[in-house]
Structure formats: structure tokens, C-alpha cells
Ligand binder design. Structure first.
Ligand code: CP
Ligand code: NVA
Length: 308
């Protein structure tokens, strides 16, 4: 993976995905390293962030490297300067760029003009770094991935896209229940189905949350309104009204099912407080795993060694 971009979760093979997870588990036990001494990561963000920004920064520091954050108004991607020029200039200063953008095309444009690797730190189309942490969390909590059923309830958004692809690459059974018009995009569905077929997993899209959750090992949800869609919030609240993950819905899953959410969460909307703060929830271990998964990703992309 040395020197490669990571724009989509499918930019790694199933085997490489497994290597990232193994490396993450190794680094998690080892603590601080000097694998990235002298390396600098630039974070170029068009949208707000807590987890992604802090976990990338801390990941670089734990590995002996440095990190620079460029906030939305500072960088002015496409307004103050074209993504192509931003990529060309940053490539002269830093060793890697992690970008959070609205359009996924901005990621591709950055990658096309950068001479250093570009990592997608969330776009409207995908959130591949979240999917790495999600797979790591399921693997830790359940002892593996193959054959497990993950039920995603809600919007077929960036998080669902990367998660469905990662699950399909890992031999999992991915079910998604969404309102009509808010399901997974057709291209993601087709690609995930293809990957699932190759790995022994499966993908099923439906409208009924209880059907999706039946006997599932993992119940996952995300916000109904993603960043950049705020003007649609009231309409989305109406469409998604029947898609709240509450205790009654979680009771349809396996008794030892885990509840996951990428956060930030809206208690009382996509998830009830008793579920996200209850015994099935692993959301803060999941948030912690952003750090470990990204340390592994950065080590594999930027270093010849991974410390494991
Ligand atoms: N889950 C996630 O990406 O959180 P942030 O938006 O806070 O980075
Ligand atoms: N789907 C959410 C994820 C936030 C981490 C959004 O894009 O806002």
C-alpha cells in the first residue's frame, strides 16, 4: 500500500483490508512508535470534524510524525484556489494529504495532481476511514468478520456506502433498511453485491427495519441528515420517522448483538438514548478505533515498516 491513495474503501483489496486490521491490532498493543519520524500529514477540511481531525493528528504524533490542519475558510478549496493547485503546492511541503470534501470528485482531483498520497477523510460519497475502524471494532468484539450479519438502518449515505463495500469484501452479510429514495446508490449496490459474491457474503436492501435486524450480529445507524444536507432536515425527519433504532428494534437482533454509530449522534432521532447509552452499544470503542485504524493506514502508506 506504500505511496497509494485511499479515496474509496475499494482502493484496497480484501487482503489489504485484512492487513490494515491486523496492523491496527498490533499497533494498538504497542503504543508510541517512531515509524513516521520526519513525516508530515496535512488535513484539508471543507466540513467540521471531531473524531477524524483529532484521531489523524494524534495518530501522526503517536508515530513520531507531525500534522497540520487547514480549516474550511483557510483553504477555500475551489474558491480561493483550485483543488489541483492546492494538491500541487501541498505536495512540495508534506508527505500525505487527508481531505474532507463535499464532492468525491474533489478527492479525485486532489489525487490526480498531488505527488503524495491522498486519503479520503470523508466525502459525500464515502467515508472509508470510518469503515476501517468499523471493521476493526466488529472484529474485536465478535472475534472475526466472515459470516456475520450487519444490519444498517437508515440513510444510504457515505458511511453506509463504505461500510457495505467493506462488509462485502470481508465475507459479511450486509442488510440495509431505508425509506424509498434513500437507499444505497445503484453503483455502490452493484459493486458491493459483486464483492460479496466473491467473498461468500451477501447484500440485501429492504424497507423494513425489523426484517433487516432479525438475528443480526451488528446493528448500525447514522444521522438522517448528513453535513451539507441541512436544508433537507425537516423533510428527512418525516421520511425517516419509522427508522429509529430503539430497544424494541434491537430486541429483534441476536441477544449479544452490538450497536454501532459513527457519531456524532442525535439521541431521540436515529437512535434512542437507552440504546446508544445501553449495554449493546460499543460506540466509544468504535470512536477510539478511528485512531488505531488510521495509525495502521498511515504506517502502511507512508512507511516501509509497520511496527508489527
Ligand atoms: N465519525 C466521524 O467521522 O466523526 P467526525 O465528523 O467528528 O470526524
Ligand atoms: N453521514 C455523516 C457522517 C458524519 C461522520 C455526514 O456525512 O455528515
Amino acid at each position: 500500500m506504500r505511496g497509494r491513495d485511499f479515496i474509496s474503501i475499494t482502493d484496497v483489496t480484501s487482503q489489504e483490508l485484512d492487513t490494515v486490521l491486523q496492523t491496527a491490532m498490533g499497533l494498538k498493543d504497542k503504543g508510541r512508535q517512531t515509524l513516521l519520524a520526519g513525516k508530515t500529514l496535512a488535513l484539508v477540511f471543507e466540513k467540521p470534524s471531531l473524531r477524524t481531525r483529532v484521531s489523524f493528528h494524534v495518530a501522526m504524533r503517536h508515530l513520531g510524525g507531525d500534522c497540520i490542519y487547514l480549516s474550511p475558510p483557510e483553504v477555500g478549496l475551489g474558491e480561493r484556489e483550485t483543488p489541483a493547485d492546492v494538491a500541487r503546492v501541498l505536495s512540495r511541503y508534506v508527505d500525505c494529504i487527508a481531505a474532507r470534501t463535499f464532492k468525491t470528485e474533489t478527492q479525485s482531483e486532489l489525487a490526480a495532481h498531488a505527488t503524495v498520497p491522498v486519503i479520503n477523510a470523508l466525502s459525500d460519497g464515502e467515508h472509508p476511514c470510518q469503515a476501517l475502524a468499523d471493521m476493526l471494532t466488529v472484529r474485536e468484539k465478535k472475534g472475526g468478520l466472515r459470516g456475520l450479519t450487519l444490519a444498517f438502518i437508515g440513510d444510504g449515505n457515505n458511511v453506509a456506502n463504505s461500510l457495505s463495500l467493506a462488509a462485502a469484501m470481508s465475507g459479511m452479510h450486509f442488510r440495509i433498511a431505508s425509506p424509498e429514495e434513500y437507499g444505497l446508490p445503484g453503483d455502490i449496490r452493484a459493486r458491493a453485491s459483486e464483492l460479496a459474491e466473491a467473498s461468500g457474503g451477501s447484500l440485501k436492501a429492504m424497507h423494513n427495519p425489523a426484517e433487516a435486524v432479525a438475528d443480526a450480529d451488528v446493528v448500525y445507524t447514522d444521522v438522517w441528515t448528513s453535513m451539507g444536507q441541512e436544508h433537507e432536515a425537516s423533510q428527512r425527519k418525516e421520511y425517516f420517522a419509522g427508522y429509529k433504532v430503539d430497544a424494541k428494534l434491537v430486541a429483534e437482533a441476536k441477544p449479544d448483538a452490538i450497536f454501532m454509530h459513527d457519531l456524532p449522534a442525535h439521541r431521540g432521532e436515529e437512535v434512542s438514548g437507552d440504546v446508544i447509552d445501553g449495554p449493546h452499544s460499543v460506540v466509544f470503542d468504535q470512536a477510539e478505533n478511528r485512531l488505531h485504524a488510521q495509525k495502521a493506514l498511515l504506517a502502511l502508506i507512508l512507511s516501509d515498516e509497520t511496527g508489527s
